[in-house]
Design a protein around this ligand. Structure first.
Ligand code: CTP
Length: 408
């Protein structure tokens, strides 16, 4: 399975902190995502994790803070900085953060960070008193104002026996922060303050006061897209059917139940620069029975009424049509053929085809955490490998940002 980090070159700088013992776990996670990870260890860091272990787990030689004529002939510190798509300092000791804040360049690691033009992510780890010390906090504020991103340390028992804030963030969180930073980097500022409407989840169409028609949509893909757009600076209105996902931070959410309510909420949210329709909207509703159907009566004859097609209505608007309208096609067969015909019929700009049938090579789009998508446009089809819905969201929003960049 492919990942957003596939082939991305990461330089991991390990500085002197006991939390360096967690670096092997971090390396395994990055390798699992097929990242091309390289390590640079400071003298202090090498007391806690050996360069040999870092080399074995990263699969590459480890740069160290030693003077090496053969390496420096090729200006190694500049090369290391330039080659990396992202630089992560984890763990970052109080001393290393102080060096960074003051622009010191007295060893290989600090020199590389000073020469960097790629995003730099810092995951501090230190004793809680060192963390709270005004000098450390001052250094962090300075670095934040320089555009350096921090992965905040966690609270808990420390190696020294004390308890407080200063533990290295969970390696999983470091991996996901790297993905976010890389997606923001590739997308630049093209989505800042653009308004997007995203629909997500199923709709419930009531039959009587206790029963409803529904489907298996989890809403995960739409929520992930809304979160990724928000991280790129977009204003997001997320219109959701009944699902259990938590609202992404900074996203404006409108909760609805039925297709008609979803259509009204989407209309009310216009105008928008982009609209992404991931919801599995029920195609039909029923005339609502005010009283519960009873078992001792004849089975009810349920008459289906066609619901409005929200995507099609928005895409065909003469006034207030968003610049980019994207639909999803959930298909059980003839995936690309059906998707192409939906692209024409619905009048959208891109349609994202995904299968609702699990095969040997691809999971079902419904419910799970992974998916395989094909982006169908007038220009052709772009097929992506299977990846997590969160990674799809990051890659897709980077593509959307490129679209707006080209349109500007
Ligand atoms: N859609 C919509 N309103 C509807 C039905 C679908 O906005 N009433 C949107 C979905 O959010 C999706 C796209 O249309 O982006 C395609 O949905 P899909 O369920 O794949 O197809 P349908 O249009 O419902 O057609 P069919 O069920 O025949 O495949």
């Amino acid at each position: 399975m492919s990942s957003f980090l596939n082939g991305k070159r990461i330089l991991l700088i390990v500085s002197g902190s006991i939390a360096a013992v967690k670096v092997p776990d971090m390396l395994r996670l990055f390798r699992k995502e097929d990242a091309d990870i390289h390590c640079l260890v400071t003298k202090g860091g090498s007391h806690f994790v050996t360069p040999m272990a870092l080399a074995s787990l990263s699969g590459h030689p480890v740069a160290q803070d030693i003077w090496d004529e053969s390496e420096e002939a090729s200006i190694r510190h500049i090369r290391l900085a330039r080659e990396a798509d992202i630089i992560i300092v984890a763990p970052a000791s109080a001393d290393f953060i102080a060096k960074m804040a003051n622009g010191l360049a007295n060893d290989l690691a600090s020199t590389v960070v000073l020469a960097a033009d790629s995003p730099v992510l810092v995951a501090p780890a230190m004793n809680h008193r060192m963390w709270h010390h005004p000098a450390t906090q001052r250094n962090i504020e300075l670095l934040k104002s320089d555009g350096i991103r921090f992965i905040e340390p966690e609270e808990g028992p420390m190696a020294c026996g004390e308890t407080g804030v200063g533990r290295l963030a969970d390696p999983l969180k470091i991996v996901s922060s790297a993905k976010s930073a890389l997606s923001c980097q590739s997308a630049n500022k093209n989505l800042v303050n653009k308004h997007f409407i995203v629909t997500a989840g199923p709709t419930h169409e009531p039959i009587d006061p206790v029963r409803y028609l529904a489907n298996r949509s989890s809403g995960k893909q739409g929520f992930a897209i809304a979160a990724a757009l928000q991280m790129l600076g977009a204003k997001v209105t997320l219109v959701t059917g009944p699902v259990h996902e938590a609202t992404p931070v900074g996203v404006y959410r409108v909760k609805v139940e039925t297709a008609v309510q979803m259509k009204d909420a989407v209309e009310a949210a216009l105008p928008a620069d982009g609209a992404i329709f991931t919801a599995a909207v029920a195609d039909w509703r029923l005339p609502l029975s005010a009283s519960k159907y009873k078992k001792d009566q004849d089975p009810p004859e349920l008459m289906l009424i066609e619901n409005p097609d929200i995507l099609s209505e928005v895409a065909h608007k003469k006034v207030n049509r968003p610049t980019l309208v994207i639909g999803f096609a959930a298909e059980s067969e003839n995936l690309l053929e059906n998707a192409r015909s939906k692209l024409q019929k619905k009048g959208c700009d891109w349609i994202i085809a995904n299968s609702v049938i699990e095969t040997k090579n691809a999971p079902s789009a419904m419910g799970g955490d992974y998916n395989q998508i094909h982006i169908v446009t007038d220009a052709g089809v772009e097929s992506w490998e299977t990846m997590s819905k969160k990674d799809i969201a990051l890659k897709l929003t980077a593509k959307i940002a490129d679209y707006f960049k080209a349109a500007n």
